[in-house]
Design a protein around this ligand. Structure first.
Ligand code: NAG
Ligand code: NAG
Length: 164
């Protein structure tokens, strides 16, 4: 009798149980199965869940962790999403990652320009990375043009040498 009375007035139930008689199970997504005895609110949520009962799914959060009360992602969004809860797709389908306004900060492979809406030249295909620069130029073309600038400077200094 004494033991029963003691159990029913003690404020913490054995792990994973809740209720006045500690004979109910905490919500299934509580971290380590722990919850408040009287409200059944989870002490914390397992990865990818939020809410008092951890019954709501986090958005596309980096690391799969979001705030238990708001669902706001703890450390930014996975590629392709933005907003506090990382539930909004980037504004343009070619974005690899976007900022908190949804504007592209990097493009998916094969795309370029600020909206990542333009296709890299077909001539980029067959290259190892299938990539082009922000201006749509193949990496090798950029290197080639850097070489041309250098050659051009040589040409000009040659011309000046000739003029002198
Ligand atoms: C918990 O125990 C109480 C008291 O014995 C009982 O009335 C109640 O139905 C039980 N609840 C569950 C979910 O088993
Ligand atoms: C880019 O390439 C895709 C897939 O090959 C094609 O559907 C699309 O029309 C192209 N867009 C432009 C602007 O050329």
């Amino acid at each position: 009798m004494f033991a029963v009375c003691f159990v029913s007035t003690f404020s913490v139930c054995p792990a994973t149980t809740t209720g006045l008689y500690c004979n109910q199970t905490c919500p299934q997504n509580c971290l380590n199965g722990l919850c408040n005895r009287y409200t059944a609110r989870c002490d914390a949520c397992a990865n990818d869940w939020w809410g008092a009962n951890c019954a709501s799914v986090c958005g596309n959060c980096k690391g799969d962790k979001c705030n238990q009360d708001t669902g706001a992602c703890a450390s930014g969004c996975d590629d392709g999403y933005y907003s506090l809860t990382c539930t909004t797709p980037c504004r343009y389908s070619g974005c690899q990652a976007c900022d908190n306004l949804g504007e592209c900060v990097s493009c998916k492979q094969g795309k370029y320009d600020t909206l990542c809406s333009l296709n890299c030249s077909d001539k980029c295909h067959g290259q190892r990375t299938d990539a082009c620069t922000a201006l749509g130029r193949m990496e090798s073309v950029v290197k080639a043009s850097a070489f041309l600038v250098t050659s051009d400077q040589h040409a000009r200094s040659d011309a000046m040498a000739t003029a002198v």
